[in-house]
Design a protein. Structure first.
Length: 185
């Protein structure tokens, strides 16, 4: 069993504070990669630590505590997005993790991954204006393809094509950023 969890079960506040201090900020950055909302990200991570403190006796962590924290953060973020009805039919929210694990060396640090998430937001701002509008309508306002087409007076196929192109551009730029981060380490 995890020694940290054993100490938290004994209500050792110092061990808990060390766990919190060492993981809070990276987890907030990780959560923000899904939510793009720093306050909600902070709330989710704080609630995770509260949950761990209050339920330490019943937790059964089979991985490392760090792995557990990241998995719990991801799941809470996805549940939060579902609760506010954000859809991700093209899996843009999840593509960052897949991209990092499949296309970039797995040694990329959590800090570098967090930087890549933040850069994704900036990358969206660099897309052509129409493409930005389509991405935002689809993923921020939960519009259907037909609603976007009607709103922008374009065809549904144009909407689909623009979303696919946006995804490709975002992936290419995120990979470039991660490669640069690895070169300059």
């Amino acid at each position: 069993m995890n020694l940290i969890l054993q100490e938290i079960r004994k209500k050792d506040e110092k061990v808990f504070k060390n766990l919190f201090d060492s993981h809070y900020e990276p987890l907030v950055l990780y959560a923000n990669g899904y939510l793009f909302d720093i306050e909600s990200s902070q709330d989710i991570v704080q609630n995770i630590f509260i949950y761990i403190w209050e339920h330490a006796d019943t937790l059964n962590i089979k991985t490392s505590i760090k792995g557990y924290l990241y998995t719990m953060t991801r799941n809470k973020c996805l549940n939060y997005l579902k609760s506010i009805k954000i859809t991700d039919n093209l899996e843009l929210l999840d593509f960052n993790m897949n991209l990092i694990s499949e296309n970039v060396v797995d040694s990329t640090s959590q800090e570098d991954k967090a930087i890549a998430y933040l850069q994704t937001l900036k990358i969206i701002d660099t897309l052509p204006e129409r493409m930005q509008k389509i991405v935002r309508l689809k993923f921020l306002h939960n519009y259907k393809y037909s609603e976007i087409a009607s709103e922008l007076n374009i065809s549904i196929n144009t909407v689909k094509t623009q979303l696919k192109r946006a995804k490709i551009r975002i992936i290419e730029l995120v990979v470039s950023i991660l490669i640069l981060l690895q070169i300059y380490q």
